[in-house]
Design a protein around this ligand. Structure first.
Ligand SMILES: Nc1ncnc2c1ncn2[C@@H]1O[C@H](COP(=O)(O)OP(=O)(O)OP(=O)(O)O)[C@@H](O)[C@H]1O
Ligand SMILES: [Mg+2]
Length: 394
């Protein structure tokens, strides 16, 4: 069974071949920003990339920075990840450069082979960076830049770390980080997060601080891949599978075939099957979709979409976004000028540029799609059905 929420790794990881190829080729020249909202499969792809890069004998570290709140901590996390990585050449270089700036390390070099010693080193680096972190970390990164191999640094939940920082510090950090990418020919970053980075940087330096990243959008699976994934689960579970069943499941989910949505549907089918038995046929799939996904027990599956509006959209925009989404979920296509009317009503702002910024945010965060001919529509059928029940007019 596909995991429902945790990253899909190893045997559980399905496909994403095109995305992985695209990212690896982009990395030859540039750093990469993965764009997708919660649960689309960013972490799974990042973990896959790490495996692929390590296979090629490159240096690659993976950091999860959701709890990071300061530049100092951010930098010490990178340094520690490099110190802890198995490749000895870069490790030795970093340690010798750190010895130049850290007295503790000079006196206790043998301790860093132990977990306790490494914990101590982490806090030493962090406290050493308290003053003048920009200059000190420049010295350390000069050494790292001197390494003769490319170093890949994968950073998950980057926008959250930026949001956690004091706004002034965040701005300083983003400029420093931009410069680091410019001057370091052998460093490549793969950065992702579950909230829109554009939203986060808007208040701290603007998009200019991240405009060197090449953006890779992560969407749903292609239909054949989605069908293959479903049939594999049926076979693994010992359920009878026929093509119409896969089609029926995808019909409920609708495009885009987001792996998490498929996993949610399959796990709900499994629960139903365990509790009530019964052959998995079209009726059962309808029942599971209507009762388990759209019924009260399904509320939690997508609640983070609603929560995210509260967390990351300014108050007025959140109100306007909710009003617009409420309308958009009730019809196949919604005229954009009517949505602009709601925007004006909710915010009191008669400015079409501000309105289009909000539409762009909602599109980048994969709530809706916009095109001039058809206006606005929900990005995903399943999310639209869910939204109509929990946040719609009825
Ligand atoms: N390549 C994949 N193969 C199989 N399942 C996947 C894949 N990618 C994503 N999933 C499904 O989506 C879920 C979430 O995946 P993942 O944690 O990688 O997403 P994420 O975008 O990092 O989520 P979050 O925003 O919560 O950090 C998984 O539990 C699994 O159900
Ligand atoms: Mg993730």
């Amino acid at each position: 069974m596909i995991p429902v929420g945790n990253p899909a790794i190893g045997e559980d990881f399905i496909d994403r071949e095109n995305e992985v190829i695209q990212i690896l080729s982009t990395l030859e020249k540039d750093s990469v920003l993965l764009i997708a909202p919660r649960r689309f499969g960013k972490t799974s792809i990042m973990r896959k990339l790490k495996d692929e890069l390590l296979k090629k004998d490159d240096i690659c570290v993976f950091l999860e920075v959701e709890d990071v709140e300061t530049p100092q901590r951010f930098i010490s996390e990178i340094i520690m990840a490099l110190v802890e990585n198995g490749k000895s050449s870069i490790k030795t270089k970093i340690i010798s450069s750190l010895k130049g700036v850290l007295k503790w390390l000079r006196d206790n070099i043998e301790e860093i082979e132990t977990p306790l010693g490494r914990a101590k080193l982490r806090s030493e680096i962090e406290s050493d960076l308290k003053e003048d972190w920009m200059e000190k970390s420049r010295q350390i990164f000069d050494t790292i830049n001197g390494a003769d191999s490319t170093i890949y640094i994968i950073i998950d939940e980057f926008p959250i770390a930026i949001k956690n920082m004091e706004p002034k510090e965040a701005e300083k950090f983003l400029h420093w980080f931009r410069k680091l990418r410019q001057v370091s020919g052998n460093l490549r970053f793969i950065v992702g997060g579950s909230v829109s980075i554009d939203n986060v940087v808007r208040g701290t330096g603007g998009v200019a601080v991240i405009n060197d990243f090449r953006r890779v959008k992560i969407g749903g699976f292609q239909k054949e891949i989605a069908l293959e994934a479903i049939s594999k689960v049926f076979i693994d579970e010992g359920w009878h599978y026929e093509d119409y069943i896969g089609e029926k499941i995808l019909g409920s989910i609708g495009e885009a075939y987001i792996p998490y949505f498929i996993a949610v549907m399959l796990s709900a089918l499994k629960e139903e099957n365990i509790l009530n038995g019964g052959e998995i046929n079209e009726n059962l799939i309808d029942k599971v979709y209507n009762l388990r996904i759209l019924g009260s027990e399904g509320k939690h599956y997508f609640e983070h979409y609603s929560h995210r509006l509260r967390l990351f959209y300014p108050e007025m925009e959140e109100k306007a976004a909710r009003a617009i989404l409420k309308k958009v979920c009730s019809v196949d296509n919604y005229p954009v000028d009517l949505a602009f009317g709601f925007f004006k009503e909710m915010t009191g702002i008669d400015d079409s540029e501000k309105f289009m910024d909000l539409i762009a945010d909602l599109s980048n965060d994969f709530y809706i799609e916009y095109d001039q001919e058809n206006g606005l529509k929900f990005y995903s059928k399943m999310l639209r059905d869910w939204w109509r029940i929990y946040h719609g007019s009825s």
